[in-house]
Design a protein around this ligand. Structure first.
Ligand code: ADP
Length: 276
């Protein structure tokens, strides 16, 4: 399929896809926290939620129930605050009833994703983070086809430490290889629970699977994030977790992961990304 002529991403400097082998491993949480961390580092950020069947980004970003406004050039993203430095677009904004399931066949999903990539007027962005559904489905193929001819910087893969989740990520790695999508690295989420009283870490789901897989696949290991009840709570209420719980271990890890992307020169602070 030819590249879309009208993909509207000219002002977007860097594009990252966030992938996971299965649902519930924290892919949307990682998307949201990376976007917020980038925003705190002075970048102008967009989040595009193409998890059409489970759009959780509006809730996590604290903009659930907001309306998408149209103007002559297309759809305006929903901004999280007046600074307009974090914009969000999701199918979640277009559903009249949030509890309605999106029961669509492949072609309709593909059309929606193409419309997201052509009709949303992001303007100038340092970074666009695309939250994809779990696995490798119609949505992934659609987004990769629509983005042909557009420079995508790469994918961040999210896993939990256990062998099953790590095994699912192997399929994501194969998908990246087949579609020529550069792997920026692997993040291990829910990697142990740090006791808030004694700071001892208990590895509830074991640990180290993400790092071993990254070593085995020879891709960067970006870091691990522990289980943090306040993070789950923030995701429910749309609270700015990293801004409020600055001293929590999980917030520090997200910051380290983001700085790692900067230091590895995968994202540079002026918004240019180098994947060489
Ligand atoms: P996915 O996008 O992979 O389906 P989510 O990001 O929606 O997963 O996360 C699934 C659930 O786990 C959510 O309720 C989220 O708040 C919670 N969660 C994710 N990561 C963590 C974490 N590190 N600590 C605590 N809860 C987490």
């Amino acid at each position: 399929m030819d590249a879309l002529k009208d993909v509207n991403l000219d002002g977007v400097k860097n594009i990252i896809l966030v992938l996971s082998g299965k649902g519930g491993v924290g892919k949307s949480t990682v998307t949201t926290q990376l976007a917020l961390t980038a925003q705190k580092n002075g970048l102008k950020v967009g989040v595009l939620d193409i998890d059409l069947c489970g759009p959780s980004i509006p809730r996590m970003c604290g903009v659930q129930g907001h309306e998408v406004h149209q103007h002559d050039a297309g759809w305006l993203p929903v901004y999280t605050d007046n600074t307009k430095t974090l914009g969000v677009m999701s199918i979640g904004f277009l559903l009249t009833n949030q509890d309605d399931p999106v029961v669509w066949r492949g072609p309709k999903k593909t059309a929606m994703i193409r419309q997201f990539l052509s009709d949303v007027t992001w303007g100038e962005l340092d970074l666009l983070v695309i939250d994809t559904p779990p696995g490798t489905s119609d949505e992934h193929i659609a987004v990769m086809e629509a983005l042909k001819g557009v420079k995508v910087d790469g994918a961040v893969l999210v896993t939990t430490p256990q062998a099953v989740a790590v095994g699912d990520v192997r399929r994501e790695l194969t998908f990246c290889k087949k579609t020529g999508l550069h792997v920026l690295g692997i993040i291990e989420n829910m990697s142990g629970y740090v006791c808030p009283n004694c700071s001892e870490c208990t590895n509830i789901f074991s640990s180290g699977g993400g790092k071993s897989l990254a070593d085995h696949a020879q891709v960067p290991f970006l870091g691990s994030v522990p289980i943090e009840p306040a993070l789950a709570q923030a995701a429910e209420t749309g609270q700015d977790f990293a801004g409020v719980f600055t001293s929590s271990e999980a917030a520090k890890r997200f910051s380290t992961i983001f700085n790692g992307l900067l230091e590895n020169r995968q994202i540079t602070s002026n918004g240019d990304m180098d994947t060489s």
